[in-house]
Ligand binder design. Structure first.
Ligand code: COA
Length: 160
């Protein structure tokens, strides 16, 4: 999946950078998806953060998903990722990940990192299918005491 730099979209679907006007829709999707949602201000701050990029997946004019990442010294950190519940298992998150990785390769990507709740089976399945592997654990990382798995993806090896 990670080697496919030409992303194939169903008709009517596209990925675009987040704009100020998208903030409310993004925050609504966040609230429908996450146990501890980011605030609207958190997303607004990403727009002002020079290392941050938020990309949005549009399906026939409807916001279907988003991915927030930071690219620092060749390392891409996935900060947040969600797909609208009604549009899951259609490849939205996979295409967002492919897009973020392909864009970052142009800027010298070496590795991708993320933290995921240890109980988040759908997200862990997505990342494993993509080629990520678990490389550590942060104990009681989340406010409710749940552990985080640290997962990584070697972007150099995956291109060989
Ligand atoms: C995790 C999440 C982003 C996946 O989004 P999605 O658009 O449904 O994922 P995709 O359709 O691109 O899935 C790609 C592959 O990932 C795996 N996968 C995704 N969801 C899965 C699930 N519920 N169970 C098992 N495997 C799953 C599958 O291998 C899937 O391919 P397949 O459908 O051909 O079997 C979505 O479930 C979500 O928004 N969850 C709540 C927010 C969240 O947990 N974000 C991640 C934080 S780290």
């Amino acid at each position: 999946m990670q080697n496919n730099h030409t992303i194939i979209f169903p008709e009517g679907d596209s990925i675009e950078p987040m704009q100020l006007a998208d903030l409310i829709a993004v925050h609504q999707l966040e609230c429908a998806s996450q146990q501890e949602p980011w605030s609207l201000q958190h997303f607004a701050d990403e727009l002002d953060n020079p290392v941050a990029t938020v990309i949005l997946y549009w399906h026939c004019g409807q916001l279907a998903g988003f991915l927030c990442s930071w690219l620092i010294a060749g390392e891409l950190q996935i900060q947040n990722l969600a797909t609208l519940p009604a549009l899951r298992r259609r490849g939205v998150a996979a295409r967002l990940l492919e897009h973020a990785i392909a864009r970052s390769r142009v800027a010298g990507l070496t590795s991708v990192w993320l933290e995921v709740r240890a109980s988040n089976a759908p997200a862990i399945a997505l990342y494993k299918r993509f080629g990520f592997s678990a490389c550590g654990k942060r104990c009681a990382y989340y406010p409710d005491g749940e552990d985080a798995l640290i997962m990584t993806f070697d972007a150099v090896r995956s291109e060989e």
